[in-house]
Design a protein around this ligand. Structure first.
Ligand SMILES: [Zn+2]
Length: 242
């Protein structure tokens, strides 16, 4: 066995990984995996497509970039976040958007509202048992990685924190992004979970372990404009006027 490393533009790397993961999940879901794991399928798909043994589907994959309006439009320096990668400097994020607008890439803008003080994401609600696509996207953007404390694996499942059998609602408040291992572990005996409502702060839930310990998981802040002190505002106005 060998490793293959590729140095390439970050947005293309994220897009490539998301495409391989999506198609590997599709093969698993349709029962065509042949007993291979997701990672084995992703490696096989990469080989097939790199050598031309099969043709890529060509279906577009979204690369989500979360950036504050002031960083995007007013030149502020708050870092943005690329889903599946992590924080990127505001200047690079603006360049990514500009490059996409200049090229043939389809660019869409989704408004995500957050509390200006806490960075907490605005909630959405659904009546369905499964999380609809819009709500899954919102949870992905809010949580970014698995919400189990000390696990930062990629999100695979959109989980009801308070389960459906305990009348847990299909809402952003009762939803959390988890990796597959953490979601299966959470269903084991002795584990408990409940969302904690706290106004003006980022999303929070309480996780109880079989040993009786409780841990709290808070969603990361969304990128938002940096707040200036009164003295900084006066100084900047003075410098601009001079
Ligand atoms: Zn996890």
């Amino acid at each position: 066995m060998a490793y293959l490393s590729v140095l390439m533009p970050m947005e293309q790397a994220v897009c490539l990984q998301a495409t391989l993961r999506r198609d590997a999940d599709s093969l698993i879901a349709t029962g065509d995996s042949g007993g291979r794991t997701r990672n084995q399928l992703m490696a096989d798909l990469l080989f097939d497509r790199g050598t031309g043994a099969s043709v890529a589907s060509g279906v577009p994959v979204a690369v989500n970039l979360v950036i504050s309006d002031e960083a995007l439009l007013a030149g502020e320096n708050e870092a943005a976040d690329v889903a599946g990668f992590g924080p990127v400097p505001a200047g690079i994020a603006r360049q990514l958007v500009a490059n996409a607008l200049d090229g043939d890439t389809a660019v869409t803008l989704r408004n995500v509202y957050s509390c200006p003080l806490s960075g907490a994401l605005t909630a959405m609600e659904s009546q369905s048992r499964a999380f609809p696509k819009g709500l899954r996207t919102l949870i992905d953007l809010r949580d970014r990685t698995c919400r189990t404390p000390w696990c930062d694996a990629p999100i695979r499942h959109h989980d009801h924190i308070l389960s459906r059998r305990n009348k847990g609602a299909t809402t952003a408040h009762n939803g959390a992004g988890l990796c597959a291992a953490c979601n299966y572990a959470k269903e084991g005996d002795g584990w408990t979970a409940r969302p904690v409502r706290r106004h003006g702060r980022t999303h929070l839930f309480d996780l109880g372990t079989p040993t009786g310990h409780h841990y709290r998981s808070a969603a990361p802040r969304l990128p938002s404009a940096a707040r200036r002190s009164e003295i900084e505002a006066i100084l900047i106005a003075h410098l601009r006027a001079s």
